[in-house]
Design a protein. Sequence first.
Length: 184
Amino acid sequence: MKILIDFFPILLFVGAYKFYDIYVGTGVLMATTVLQVAIMYAVDRKVPTMYKITLALVLVFGTLTLALHDDRFIKWKPTVLYAAMAIALAIAVWVLKKNFLKMLMGHQLELPDAVWHRLNVVWIAYNAFMSILNAYVVLNYTTEQWVTFKLWGYIFPLAFIIGQGIYIAPHLRGGDDKEKEASP
């Protein structure tokens, strides 16, 4: 169910773009992102920080796109989001000596600190890659091609999530491991 909630704004955006244009698509994206966050809040009584940031950027860049009738704003939103994430994670880990991933997800996953550090570095690299990739597509392809990239480009986050799961699986500390560590 959560994966559907994650992807329905982009799916509806692409559909609205294909049937109408980028401006209708942008309005649909804005509305469905608000709906997405509302559903998350209704179910969990909280909204993760990443969704709050995404909502804010969709609303700001979407409003600029519609008010100025300039599709460049909505096309640059992913670049800004991914770059901001890469920079924030890098500053946190290398300047502030904090691991935001562990702070955000440590209550859900118990992993060794070295694994958390590697995950953080991988997230920095992934977000930088996605920022550069979106910028490349925006600068070198048409709006139609960019929208198609947005739809099929979801293979990157899916591959990243699967790869991350494969990487952390052997490092997860379960009840059996704790019992083994506690016994002489």
